[in-house]
Design a protein around this ligand. Structure first.
Ligand SMILES: *Cc1c(COP(=O)(O)O)cnc(C)c1O
Length: 353
């Protein structure tokens, strides 16, 4: 607490990301990173961009990257906004599109960055409780609001919401922006991207951090009608002209273009997920249905906090959320390689006898 701080700083409750322990030989299953490296073409592209040209500013509009993203999704470059990780894109979205006199709606159990942005930008919000089985009930969102946001699949539950439910929401809710944060959509969940040309208030957020194995590069994007993208661009150009540096741009373009590698690694993660779910079930876990590269599981006897601590002693890091208490029995496990799953299952088998 300092007298030099602006008022807003005193009131902030910053987001706490999953830890990045500085230890070797960890089985790191706590922050939903991809266990496979990025496409070799990404590394090559970044190397090729590492030249004297780094003395120049990058393209402030990231035109080449937007074109590559638009191409993958069958949209125009005017329907794409890019930022330094989707967390930054989300920050611009909250400020540009979700700050209104009516409250923003999101699930009570969801990505915990959402309430943090509301604090930063002084946005009123209402947390809508998930159903008993942790699913999102669209009818609960049929109330006056200044915007709606949720991840699909949801985090940290991993539960996907069917596309026809999202379309039903868009039909009910036409007067405010609906943001679908599809950080994990490529691991078997249906994307809402192809509804963009039908619904002018739909904004879809993607990241290269998960399915494209580039959490370290910091690239994310928003897809939506031109008018929504323009609002984001106005905020961005009032904040930082160059959120995407030259190396990130080169790497991200290569990642978007290498569709074969992307498909291959996503299928491997999904196959490992299915195997992991079945092994955990055998060990007495209840696993929520996952459309993501992580699973949310609770054991019939051992509580989540205790399990996370015991695994940690064996150098296996998973994530536990104390709050809300409804999810305290669970642990969130990132799907790693089959080798990492084996280490996890072996450790759990020992712990649970
Ligand atoms: C990981 C994640 C993000 C942020 O991804 P970055 O692009 O790395 O900032 C956004 N939303 C959800 C739900 C996530 O899990």
């Amino acid at each position: 607490m300092s007298k030099f701080w602006s008022d807003v700083v005193h009131k902030l409750t910053p987001y706490v990301p999953g830890e990045q322990p500085k230890l070797d030989n960890l089985v790191k299953l706590n922050t939903n990173e991809n266990p496979y490296g990025p496409s070799p073409k990404v590394i090559e592209a970044i190397k090729l961009a590492t030249t004297d040209a780094l003395r120049l500013y990058p393209d402030p509009n990231s035109d080449a990257l937007k074109a590559a993203i638009a191409n993958v999704h069958g949209l125009t470059a005017q329907q794409v906004f890019v930022g330094n990780g989707s967390d930054e894109v989300l920050a611009q979205v909250f400020q540009a599109l979700l700050k209104h006199s009516r409250p923003l709606l999101f699930p009570d159990i969801t990505y915990s960055f959402y309430p943090v942005y509301c604090g930063l930008y002084d946005i009123e919000y209402q947390a809508i409780p998930l159903a008993e089985d942790f699913t999102i009930n669209i009818d609960d969102y049929d109330v006056p609001n200044g915007g709606i946001i949720f991840p699909n699949p949801n985090a940290p539950t991993g539960i996907p919401l069917a596309l026809d439910e999202i379309e039903r929401l868009l039909k009910i809710n036409t007067q405010s922006v609906v943001v679908v944060d599809e950080a994990y959509v490529d691991f078997g969940t249906e994307s809402a991207v192809h509804l963009i040309n039908t619904y002018p208030n739909l904004l879809v957020i993607h990241t290269l951090s998960k399915a494209r194995s580039l959490a370290g590069l910091r690239v994310g994007y928003a897809l939506g009608a031109k008018d929504l993208i323009e609002a984001l661009t106005r905020v961005k150009d009032s904040f930082n002209s160059y959120p995407i540096d030259s190396l990130a741009s080169a790497g991200a373009i290569a990642a978007m273009q290498d569709k074969a590698y992307f498909k291959l690694t996503c299928s491997k993660v999904m196959a490992s997920r299915d195997a992991l779910v079945s092994d955990l079930t055998q060990l007495g876990f209840t696993v929520l249905p996952s459309g993501a590269n992580f699973i949310f599981a609770k054991h019939q006897i051992k509580d989540g906090l205790a399990l996370a601590a015991l695994l940690r002693e064996r150098h296996i890091i998973v994530r536990h959320f104390k709050l809300p208490s409804r999810i305290a029995p669970y642990i969130r496990i990132t799907v790693g390689t089959d080798e990492q799953s084996k280490l996890l299952i072996n450790a759990l088998s020992e712990l649970l006898i």
